[in-house]
Design a protein around this ligand. Structure first.
Ligand SMILES: [Zn+2]
Length: 277
């Protein structure tokens, strides 16, 4: 049977002599595995369709588990994401995370979220923020959303919380004994976690976030995923190294001159920015 779908390449592996198998994330059929014959040959018309991050229109024959590409058109190649270090690291991580964490019921939702993630990255939005927002979408789509508004121990709301992955999210100070390793997050990190939980990636605007807040967000989300989802992603090691390296350089040294902004002294002038736009 011949299928025609829009899809995003979330995995691409070599297969036999000169061929590739791609995993497409599609809105209607979940994940689809397709053999692209001759994809590795230099003159292949379909080589670009088999590249990671490509968004395209794919026609393929399928009888069993794997399809075979018949023809295709690139809608957007996301070439920007294959350049430098940040793009490949973050986009490959998001692709692998999606591949490993999603079930087919969430396919349509995650398709649009991942497309918006790749677009935000390609537009040069802060990858550390974009990836945290996307991680929250994957976590929610997989059914592991943390409770951010009520204490997991006693149910109280509107009190200061710590963030406890093993306890299920927010933990008030009276219940903090349940998890001595619970994270102390600043107001900025709590605010962004709540925003990310309720937000569609397509509405993510430009946002400027303090380094310390980014670090807290990253720690909270990664520790949450490690506790509840245990994915052990290959792309994560490289991303962790890249982020650690970025931290070693102070922001003033790391940022090119045009990006240096005065750092606020107090938390009063915390993370500002526009989420929807
Ligand atoms: Zn409590």
């Amino acid at each position: 049977m011949l299928y025609r779908v829009e899809g995003l390449v979330i995995r691409s592996t070599d297969y036999g002599e000169g061929n590739k198998i791609v995993t497409l994330l599609t809105p209607d059929f979940g994940k689809q595995g397709i053999v692209v014959r001759g994809a590795k040959k230099l003159k292949s018309r379909y080589g670009a369709l088999a590249q990671l991050f490509t968004y395209g229109d794919y026609s393929y024959y399928k009888g069993g588990t794997l399809g075979t590409l018949n023809s295709g058109e690139i809608i957007r190649s996301y070439q920007e994401l294959r350049q430098g270090l940040d793009g490949p690291a973050y986009a490959a991580y998001a692709a692998e995370l999606t591949d490993r964490a999603m079930d087919d019921e969430a396919a349509a939702y995650l398709f649009h979220q991942l497309l918006a993630f790749q677009t935000a990255l390609a537009e040069g939005k802060d990858p550390q923020i974009v990836v945290c927002a996307y991680e929250m979408k994957v976590i929610a789509a997989a059914g592991y959303e943390p409770n951010l508004d009520e204490c997991a121990g006693c149910g109280r709301s509107n009190v200061p919380f710590r963030f406890s992955p093993p306890a299920g999210g927010a933990l008030c100070h009276s219940c903090a004994y349940r998890d001595p390793g619970a994270l102390e997050l600043g107001d900025g990190a709590w605010r962004l976690l709540r925003i990310f939980a309720g937000m569609d990636m397509r509405r993510l605007g430009n946002i400027s976030v303090k380094e310390n807040t980014k670090k807290q967000l990253r720690l909270a989300l990664r520790r949450w995923m490690d506790t509840h989802m245990g994915l052990n992603l290959k792309s994560r090691g490289f991303l962790d190294q890249l982020e650690k390296y970025g931290e070693m350089l102070s922001p003033d040294i790391a940022a090119p001159p045009s990006r240096i902004k005065p750092q606020p002294d107090s938390d009063a002038a915390d993370d500002s920015g526009e989420i929807s736009g």
